[in-house]
Design a binder for this molecule. Structure first.
Ligand code: F0G
Length: 450
């Protein structure tokens, strides 16, 4: 396993995990220029003004001080951690600002999971409604630093929405490749609104990713998928921030949905660094949760990672409908380092968890609910124990996928759960009273009234 920080030298480098080559911080290739392997950013240890490495307690104080207050602070929950994200960004930073998302506790969600101490970290509260903004603020900043003329990504929808917004802010042309007919409406309309050139590719996400890599290489466009190591530097801050919100008292488990495995990889890197820096005394276990119809990583885990599995993906959680995850190798390292687990949950379990999250007034898109469904499954099979503290990450906002809500509540497409259909009425109070009386009867005798 690689060292989390550089042994010697100042500044940051891009290090190839496959062949060990080291590239300068501003090298524009998103993958190793000699072997094509995935790159990892290695920073120098943060130090005080006289060059002495900072202790964990000093860094904790610095991060608290960087929260909001200018001139040393930044209103972003990503750039607050700049010294371990992109120390030399200077004035190139492209920020909305993003991050600073809530860590919530809701009794109904904890009861559903089956342990008392459940927090949900709601990344849907980011400016474009998903955690992708944290990666994109850093990725777009790097695009500006390397002088990119245009940026591109393949996406199941959220990455493209974030890319479109940040590229617009940076004044860079953006090109997004999404699988035709497989992107939730909220996400597609965001890319159009923010002005990205949107290509509906006849194929799935895995086809889009292959295509955008070829296009980026041949046409000289800067690639901003999570293959790009700077994206992961931004996404690491989900973990730093939730640990800070918990007073640096690490939970036993962090549970997250997994698709292309960028986030799993970023979480593993964050934990490695947080531990090496003395920010936390103990490493939480990661649980990566895939949809059963798109679970190549869970299959590899079941085989002790001896093989890398690829599948033809199918799930109604379109954000994680991915069969050949690009960050497989990095994610293996993350699971191994944190003594983590990988599991899959069915679409029915995802929707059941989503109903609970939505009805608690929190809300999330389907893929996000995989974390809560996964935590519940881990409690049921005894891997999460009654006294464990669990953080479930909700990755995207409820309004990202209005289509699924219409199907759940109006089309009765999922008859196993009661829909909450809107009721059309005449414009008079009597009609309102009738609805209220019917609802009251239903609450008294749920099965009788319908
Ligand atoms: N949750 C949501 C809402 C997502 O949009 C994604 C990925 C994931 C979870 C999985 O994260 O890929 O890092 O394992 N969405 C990507 C996209 C693929 O294009 O928006 P991952």
């Amino acid at each position: 396993m690689s060292q989390p920080f550089r042994d010697s030298g100042s500044g940051s480098v891009q290090w190839c995990a496959a062949c060990g080559a080291e590239w300068p911080e501003l090298a524009p290739e998103p993958q190793c220029a000699s072997c094509g392997g995935l790159l990892e950013i290695r920073h120098a240890m943060p130090t005080d003004a006289s060059g002495v490495p900072s202790t964990g307690a000093e860094l904790q104080r610095a991060f608290a001080g960087h929260c909001c207050a200018r001139p040393i602070g930044h209103p972003s929950g990503v750039w607050r951690f700049q010294s371990i994200v992109m120390p030399s960004a200077g004035d190139a930073i492209v920020s909305w600002p993003e991050g600073n998302t809530a860590l919530l506790q809701r009794r109904a969600i904890a009861a559903y999971v089956g342990v008392e101490a459940v927090h949900v970290k709601h990344e849907g509260m980011n400016p474009t409604g998903s955690f992708k903004d944290r990666g994109m603020t850093v990725g777009t900043t790097q695009a500006v630093r390397v002088g990119a003329s245009a940026v591109a990504c393949a996406s199941t929808g959220n990455t493209s929405a974030a890319l479109a917004a940040y590229a617009a802010q940076a004044g860079l042309p953006a090109l997004v490749f999404v699988p035709a007919g497989q992107v939730a409406l909220g996400k597609l309309t965001q890319t159009l609104a923010y002005g990205a050139r949107t290509l509906l590719v006849r194929g799935d996400f895995d086809d889009c990713l292959r295509l955008v890599q070829d296009a980026a290489r041949e046409l000289g466009i800067y690639l901003l998928n999570s293959i790009n190591p700077w994206r992961l530097e931004g996404q690491k801050t989900i973990v730093f921030e939730l640990l800070q919100q918990l007073g640096w008292d690490a939970p036993e488990w962090i549970v997250l949905p997994a698709g292309n495995l960028g986030n799993t990889a970023a979480f593993g890197k964050a934990l490695r660094e947080a531990h090496a820096l003395g920010l936390i005394a103990r490493v939480p276990r990661l649980a990566s949760v895939q949809a059963a119809g798109a679970a190549p990583f869970a299959a590899s885990f079941a085989d002790a990672f001896r093989t890398r599995t690829r599948v033809q993906a199918e799930t109604l959680a379109t954000a994680i409908r991915i069969g050949d995850p690009a960050s497989h190798d990095r994610a293996v390292e993350a699971i191994r380092f944190s003594d983590g687990v990988v599991l899959s949950v069915s679409d029915a379990e995802i929707l059941a968890a989503k109903r609970v999250i939505d009805a608690a007034g929190v809300g999330c898109e389907p893929a996000s609910a995989a974390s809560v469904a996964g935590a519940r499954a881990l409690v049921r099979d005894g891997r999460i124990r009654a006294g464990d503290r669990v953080v479930c990450v909700l990755t995207g906002h409820v309004l990202k996928d209005p289509g699924i809500l219409v199907r759940m509540h109006q089309d009765a497409a999922f008859p196993e759960a009661p829909p909450n259909s809107p009721i059309e009425i005449d414009a008079d109070v009597g009609a309102v009273a009738q609805v209220l009386a019917r609802d009251a009867a239903m609450r008294r005798a749920p099965d009788a009234a319908s």
